[in-house]
Design a protein around this ligand. Sequence first.
Ligand SMILES: [Zn+2]
Length: 388
Amino acid sequence: MKRGSFKQMKTTNKTLILNNIRQNEVTSRAQIAKDTSLTPPTVSTIVKELIEEKLVKETEELGISQGGRKPKLLVINEEGHLILGIDVSSKKISGIVINLNGQVVHRVEIKIVLPITKEQFTTKLFEVIELMKQYTDSISKELLGLGIAMNGVVDSENGISIFAPNLNLRDIPLKKIIEETYDINVLVENDVRAMVLGESWFNGNAEFDNLVLINLGYGVGSGIIIEGKLFRGNQGLAGEFGHMVIDYHNGLKCDCGNRGCIETLISGSAIEKRAIAEGIIAEHEGASDLKRLADNGNEQAVTLFQDIGRTLGTGLINVIHFINPDKILLSGGISNASDYLLPAVHEVINKSEMVSIVGEPIIEVSNKQENQAALGACSLFLEELFKN
Ligand SMILES: [Zn+2]
């Protein structure tokens, strides 16, 4: 595994030029100079470096002549570097290898069984990295880095998983232990935050400067992009949508210590408990069985999802009032029931006069949930490389 000299690669003018090429898709040195107000010699020098670093390449085709020779055209060298991304769930650790266009060129997966100790977890994690390394060594490409998407609270600045509730593990210095063993740059991020970044980079959502992703899984989380940048908050706690309190007086006690958090009502586990208590599904069944019942016309199941939709809508009204996003993406297993959830969500949101004045944001289910967190983990490096 060979580490690209990531830090040396990044200077302000380089980022400016790289971004210009990415945004234009195809461009020329003269056009870059015009767009960026850098001098033509500066552009030439930096483009030469970018080509040597395999981040940019010249196309076979030539551009249109402005008098004189036809200019050589430049594009991002999508095959020049690879990025590794890892997603850690409570059942498995999945790793993907992608090129700069976000195409998955290799995928590995190792199952894990709970309960798990810190040592057992890191052993499994290193097994996944080792498998990815075997692949990347076999094709000897330079690596931009390894991104890791972790559930729970993450210190992204130092690459530490502070608390991963799905594994019940604390204080794992992921960046440190991996960088000590392998010659690779490591970035760590909360999984849902990584997901929203991946949606922005790889799933056609780059045009939405203010984007919120709500993940409706076993727990409930969110990722927020504000003015084109991932928003983490002062200590990385931003986006705890699951712990938005919406039923302070009568709500159930939440794992976070508060009462009436939205997660206690709309998470996969909350829905399952409720459906079992109401006798709609059996003890051993889950949310997917409830969805199947709803699809078969079971009125109780449909009504339950509609009620969940109204609660979700109430939470989203708070998000809209607070952040005013262009778009809200829903993801995770429960989003599969969007046929029942979304009409109820819109019904609630339409009651907000403030929202009706400015218009409802786009609310839809993500159409690319496969490898979503791992792709997001990869996009952390694009964020670093392309953003000033
Ligand atoms: Zn809570």
